[in-house]
Design a protein around this ligand. Structure first.
Ligand SMILES: [Zn+2]
Length: 497
């Protein structure tokens, strides 16, 4: 008995030693150091331009409403879109003399800054200037009117400030500063400013891509909106973490159709179409697609865990023992769950048209956001396997299927450029690759780019993130300056051989 106890205690001590040693060894990694770059920017000018940009009501949804009604592709607030592109040209006259300008579909701007070495593949910097509407009735919740571009409390306020006019203005400011200094890129730099990203980018980025294909333009890499530098994103981690998204999730919508006999509601069978459907949906919700903290989904937390307090760090340092526990805990957060797996979201239901008529068919619409490890085919197979009922069939909704993007390299010149340019301006951040859970115009641009990255060099807080497509959207003046400087370095570093 005593012997068993000794063995048990010894094993426990060994286990604890392993746990502790692993935790002590999990410390911040050494990274390459870059020479800090100081760039003088004209703060007042940038703020003024950002404020003016917000005042144009380049609202996507109006555009959709009108084009559906009239069958035309013209935006409803056509004037705002055209006024905005004219305003850009007037605001940056020297830059626009230098650049080759294409106005694609009338509204999206595709610009080329000719490089000195024609044999080098060009790079592409993109952003979109359309914005989502402000939900009717919520205007009064805004601290300052959403299209006022009010400058107050260290911010420029208004719809589109972060998503994504801030990037448009910062890129233009960075380019115009370089132009003024007589900068000559070696590699050509292209810019694309889309006008319908919030509607899927088909007439903006999509047509830019068509134009590029027709003209045999292929990019070494592209940069679009995406993740940010985050402050206070992960509880317990004070370190500022930044994510450069190297892939984006896809999306597919399926109809799950349950069938039954039908008839009068006074004589229902044991199970109705509605009951069969309900069972199928419950099965789908309780059997999500497999996945966890690995590959693309693990970079950020693996890195952030090095800055966690001891107890949390111990879990991450000993994933051989605690991986399941970590994943279960993370799955409580809808954001983290979306990072780890293909999500399942039943969104619409229909069945009998009348209260006293049994449904012949009950239909649920289910939207899946596809992790790069899954495909549309593997999702349909999963759904059929999980439901496993001959009275239920699964159909893909036409036009609603985009596979996940390809995963771009973290060894490439493009990724290295983004990392170096950010560190040159903001030294106290830790950058990691990541996965974009929302859709972006990169879906289109990646067709003509060897690698595509999704990243805004701006430092955001959870409060900023909540304002995306929501109330009180704003961009801090510090972020406008930061982004202008980083984009400046991206253009300088990225256009070199
Ligand atoms: Zn956006």
């Amino acid at each position: 008995m005593k012997k068993i106890l000794i063995v048990f205690v010894s094993l426990l001590v060994i286990l604890l030693l392993i746990l502790f040693i692993n935790t002590w060894l999990l410390t911040p990694l050494e990274r390459e150091q870059y020479q800090p770059q100081s760039i003088n920017v004209d703060k007042d000018r940038i703020v003024q331009h950002m404020s003016e940009a917000i005042r144009f009501r380049t609202i996507s949804i109006l555009q959709k409403t009108i084009s559906q009604k009239s069958g035309s592709q013209k935006p409803a607030s056509e004037d705002s879109f055209l006024e905005f592109t004219s305003w850009i040209k007037q605001t940056y006259p020297n830059l626009f003399t230098k650049l080759e300008v294409q106005q694609i579909e009338g509204y999206s701007l595709f610009l080329k800054w000719q490089g000195s070495n024609e044999s080098l593949k060009p790079i592409l910097l993109t952003a979109h200037y359309d914005v989502v509407p402000v939900i009717a009735g919520t205007e009064s919740l805004w601290r300052y009117p959403p299209f006022s571009g009010k400058v107050a409390e260290g911010y420029v306020w208004g719809r589109g400030a972060l998503d994504d006019k801030g990037a448009v203005i910062s890129m233009l400011e960075a380019a115009s500063l370089l132009e003024k200094q007589g900068f000559q890129p070696e590699r050509s730099i292209y810019f694309s400013f889309g006008h319908d990203e919030e509607l899927g980018g088909i007439n903006g980025a999509g047509k830019v891509v068509e134009f590029a294909k027709e003209n045999n333009i292929q990019f070494l890499w592209s940069l679009d909106e995406g993740a940010f530098l985050f402050e206070g994103l992960i509880p317990g981690v004070e370190q500022i973490m930044g994510t450069i998204n190297i892939a984006e999730k896809g999306s597919v919508t399926l109809k799950v159709i349950a069938t039954a006999e039908g008839g009068h509601s006074s004589m229902p069978p044991k199970q109705t179409a509605v009951g069969i459907l309900a069972e199928a949906i419950i099965k789908l919700e309780s059997n999500p697609l497999a996945g966890g903290l690995d590959g693309l989904s693990s970079y950020l937390l693996d890195e952030a865990s090095r800055y966690m307090p001891f107890s949390k760090r111990m879990l991450f340092a000993n994933q051989w023992l605690f991986k399941k526990l970590i994943e279960d805990k993370l799955s409580d957060s809808v954001v983290m769950k979306a990072q780890m797996i293909t999500t399942t979201a039943p969104t619409m239901l229909s069945a009998s048209p009348k209260a006293n008529v049994l449904a012949i068919e009950a239909v649920a619409t289910v939207n899946f956001r596809i992790h790069p490890r899954d495909s549309i085919k593997s999702i349909i197979e999963h759904v059929n396997r999980v439901i496993d009922n001959p009275n239920v069939r699964v159909e893909q909704v036409e036009g609603w299927g985009n596979p996940a993007s390809k995963v771009s390299s973290i060894e490439s010149k493009g990724y290295q450029t983004l990392v170096q340019s950010t560190y040159e301006i903001h030294d106290s951040v830790v950058l990691t690759p990541g996965l974009m859970i929302a859709a972006s115009d990169s879906r289109h641009y990646s067709q003509i780019s060897e690698n595509s990255y999704r990243f805004n060099p701006m430092l955001v807080t959870p409060d900023d993130i909540a304002s995306f497509h929501g109330t009180n959207e704003k961009i801090s003046i510090d972020n406008l300056i930061l982004a202008t400087k980083v984009y400046n370095r991206i253009m300088v570093n990225g256009s070199k051989k």
